[in-house]
Ligand binder design. Structure first.
Ligand code: ZN
Length: 414
C-alpha cells in the first residue's frame, strides 16, 4: 500500500525527528530553547527551496510563509509546532522505519524490555502492511508535532509544484514552544493574517477537534518560620509539613488526571520544591467549562486558606493565572471551518470524529484571539514517550486532507 506522498513524508519526518528541538518550561527566553532555531531555520530554508513566498522567521520564533492563491477565496492557515515535549528524553532521537508492518509486537534496539504491542494499542493492529516509524527506545519520536510539519511541508510543496490545482491564498506557520503553552504570542494573529486556520496536531485518523480544555495554573507559595533546629522549640514552622498538608487535603481518589476521563476536569500537582523555610507547589487546573474550572481554583484556594488558618505564623499565597480556553466557546458560534474539514474528510472517505481534547493546542489560544483554529489528525500515537509511533500512510491521508481543505475553501460552503 502506498500513496504518492509516502516517500516524501517518510523522508521529511525522519529528518525532522532527528533534530533535537525540545522546549523547556523553566526557561524565560523566547523561544524557550535555542535549539528550536535548528528546526525553524531548516524550515525557512526548505520553504525557500520549494518556492513559497513571504518567508519570514519572526523575532518571536515563528516561521511564516505564503502559498499565493491560484483562485480567489478566504486565506486559510495551517500550523504545526516545531518543539517536542519536555516530559521525556528528546536528545539523540534515532527514528527508524518498520516497512510493511506484520501485525506483531514491535521491539526496540536501544531498550530490550520495551514492547509496542497491538494488543495494548489496538490502533496499531489496524496498520498491518503500512510503514511504521518509531524511535529507538530511549527517546520520544517527536511525531508530535514533526508529523504536522512534514504534512504541511509536503502539501505546500505539492501545491506550489502543481499551479493548476485550485486553492485560495494559504498561509503557513511553524511555531515554537507549543508544548509549554507559549507558542502563540500576541503578534501572531496579526502577522499570520488568515481568515481561519487549522493545527495539524491531532492523533488518530478522522480526528477533527474543536474542543480543548480550559486551563489555569496555580502556584502556591508557603513561607514557614525558619530557625536553627536546636533553638526551634515552639518557634519553627516547617513549610514542608504545610505543603504536604495541602497536598493530602486535596482530592486524591477523584479529580486527578489518573482518576478522570471524558469531560471531567482535574487538579494536577505538577511540581513541589523547596525547603523547610519555603515551599512552592505548582498545579495545573483543567476543565471543559469555565464554572468547573473556577470551582477547581476555588478548591485549591480554600485548602490553602484552611491550612493557613491552622497555622497563622506561616504565610500561604495562592496565585491562579489563566493559560488557555476551550476553543468551542468561539467555534460553536461559527462552525464553518469545522464543517469544511468534515466535508474534506468525507471526500477522502474518512469518518470525522470530534472528541474533546484533554489538553490544549496552539489553536486554543489562536481561537480565543480571534482566529478560528480547529485541530486535525496527523496519525501520531502514544505521544510524549518512548512508544510514540506513526504510520506513514496515515500521514499521507492527513496530507490529502490538507490539500482537500485548501481546494474546498476556495469555493463557497454548501
Ligand atoms: Zn503537539
Amino acid at each position: 500500500m502506498s500513496t504518492k506522498f509516502d516517500q516524501e513524508l517518510e523522508y521529511r519526518l525522519l529528518r525532522y525527528a532527528a533534530i533535537d528541538s525540545q522546549s523547556d518550561e523553566d526557561s524565560a527566553s523566547s523561544p524557550s530553547t535555542e535549539i528550536q532555531f535548528d528546526m525553524l531555520r531548516l524550515l525557512q530554508k526548505e520553504l525557500e527551496e520549494i518556492g513559497a513566498k513571504d518567508i519570514e522567521l519572526t523575532d518571536y520564533g515563528v516561521v511564516l510563509a505564503t502559498i499565493p492563491g491560484t483562485v480567489s477565496g478566504p486565506t486559510v492557515g495551517f500550523l504545526a509546532h516545531v518543539d517536542t515535549a519536555p516530559q521525556f528524553n528528546a536528545t539523540g532521537v534515532k527514528p527508524r522505519v518498520i516497512r510493511g508492518y506484520n501485525g506483531g509486537d514491535i521491539s526496540y534496539p536501544d531498550a530490550p524490555d520495551l514492547v509496542l504491542s497491538p494488543e495494548e494499542f489496538p490502533y496499531l493492529a489496524d496498520k498491518i502492511g503500512q510503514d511504521i516509524i518509531t524511535a529507538s527506545g530511549t527517546t520520544l519520536l517527536g511525531a508530535d508535532d514533526k508529523a504536522g510539519v512534514a504534512i504541511i511541508m509536503t502539501a505546500a510543496r505539492h501545491m506550489i509544484a502543481n499551479p493548476e490545482l485550485p486553492h485560495g491564498p494559504i498561509r503557513i506557520a511553524f511555531t515554537p514552544d507549543e508544548e509549554i503553552g507559549r507558542g502563540v504570542v500576541s503578534n501572531l494573529p496579526k502577522d499570520f493574517a488568515v481568515d481561519f486556520a487549522y493545527t495539524f496536531d491531532g492523533q488518530a485518523i478522522g480526528e477533527i477537534e474543536f474542543e480543548s480544555f480550559s486551563a489555569d495554573k496555580a502556584v502556591v507559595t508557603i513561607t514557614g518560620v525558619s530557625i536553627h533546629p536546636g533553638l526551634a522549640h515552639g518557634k519553627m514552622v516547617s513549610a514542608i509539613h504545610l505543603a504536604s498538608k495541602i497536598i493530602s487535603t486535596l482530592p486524591q481518589a477523584t479529580m486527578t488526571p489518573d482518576t478522570t476521563t471524558d469531560r471531567d476536569g482535574f487538579i494536577h500537582a505538577t511540581e513541589m520544591a523547596g525547603d523547610a523555610a519555603e515551599m512552592k507547589i505548582k498545579f495545573i487546573l483543567r476543565d471543559f467549562e469555565l464554572d468547573g474550572l473556577a470551582a477547581k481554583g476555588q478548591l485549591v484556594s480554600q485548602v490553602c486558606a484552611t491550612v493557613q488558618a491552622s497555622e497563622p505564623r506561616c504565610e500561604i499565597m495562592c496565585a491562579i493565572e489563566p493559560q488557555y480556553r476551550n476553543m468551542r466557546y468561539w467555534l460553536e458560534t461559527d462552525m464553518a471551518p469545522v464543517d469544511l474539514a468534515r466535508q474534506a474528510a468525507g471526500e477522502l472517505s474518512v469518518d470525522p470524529v470530534s472528541v474533546p481534547i484533554r489538553g490544549g493546542t496552539d489553536g486554543s489560544r489562536l481561537t480565543e484571539m480571534g482566529v478560528p483554529t480547529p485541530n486535525l489528525f496527523t496519525g501520531m500515537q502514544n505521544i510524549h514517550g518512548p512508544l510514540e509511533w506513526i504510520s506513514v500512510q496515515d500521514m499521507a491521508i492527513a496530507t490529502d486532507l490538507c490539500l482537500t481543505i485548501s481546494r474546498l475553501a476556495a469555493r463557497p460552503l454548501k
